[in-house]
Design a protein around this ligand. Sequence first.
Ligand code: SF4
Length: 458
Amino acid sequence: MLLRHTPKEIVERGALTINPAKTCQPVGAMYAALGIHRCLPHSHGSQGCCAYHRSALTRHYAEPIMSSTSSFTEGASVFGGQSNLLESINNIFTLYDPDIIAVNTTCLSEVIGDDLKQIINRAVVDHKIPPGKTVFYASTPSFKGSHVTGYSNMLSAMVQNFAGNTGRRHNAVTLLPSFIEPSDMQEIKHIAFELGLDYIMYPDTSGVVNAPMDGKFHMYPKGGTSKEDIARSGDSRLAIAMGRIGAFQAAQLLDSKCKVATEVLDLPIGISATDAFVDTLRRRAGVTIPESIRVERGQLVDVLCDKAQYVYGKKVSLMGDPDILLGLVQFAKDMGMEVLHVLTGTAAGAKWERRMREIAGEKAVIKTGPQADLFYFHQLLQNEKPDLLFGNTYCKYIARDMDIPLIRTGFPIYDRIGHSYFPVTGYRGGLHLLVKILDAFMDRQDRDAPEETFELVM
Ligand code: SF4
């Protein structure tokens, strides 16, 4: 009943967004910054912005997310936020002692036109930054883009500020993941480890936003990539961007700044995308595929073969973040599903749409950008109802209204737990995801079956 006013008839809209399928840029920038060891994200804007960014991340990860704010009031809004940021930098290093402060801008500071480079230079000149400490920034105006764009901008700022080319190449491969869960970052490291790959990965939020409870408060958990490793990435022989929207820009910058050869891949979600990731590492890094990885792949294929009848031919609709969607849609096609709708609030661009079209097929409705919102998604579903939905927590209203099972994927997930600990990337993540999909279909079959076809063995 919550969505009873959503009409079935679709009217094209030029400007209005109703229930956006995205969050704001600084949320992604903060998340990326948390993937550097002993880094404190700082939001250059009003307290309200920072409170929203923190609460989005805190609710999603069920962890206390540390960040600070320039706390703009009326004065800063009129005269600019330089004095606020200078005072913030001084206070943060005095009270919280991070090694790095990663500043993200907000709508307000962008509209005012604060020159962050100049302000940080001023902090250096005024000796507000202690020796060995670093302050850097990413521009993240949220009147455009999304949390994925913000993540990408912060990742590029890491390359810009830390990666250096010393002229002495080493063998490590740099892995640049798009906006994915800490469990997914852990899974990618697991694959790299099993392959015996010498690698650097950043950001790495595993061990930061899914750190174990040990009874003590850790302002800076053990996880996160060191700034020394990020600096070393400039001498890598190869960088692999895992995600066309969240990671490619940083890889391009690493190439232009440090002359590191780059390759862009889809996120390794499901069988074919993980095959492509593993095979690229095998070819480009000269490693062999060990038995352990073959076993993981074989187990995923085995379960899929055992239960293919529950997924084959089923209709699915997906909303979420562009890089994750490419992986999920590939996995859906791997399983013989029919993809009806793919929608992301991030303006992913023509190249992404072409790639998605290649995977999803001619019949799928694909829409990106501000008007690709949840209102439109609901309308699409009313016109052609799928058997299964993939999306974030906000999709639960649509799922309830239309009585469609929902697999929670992407960001944010406020009403379930587990995404921080159980991956969707790699073969093991694919198995986890497949089990969730099968559970959804089998639970539905059990719920709807008349007594004479209610099965014990499925
Ligand atoms: S959209 Fe802009 S004003 Fe709103 S919370 Fe994000 S940065 Fe702040």
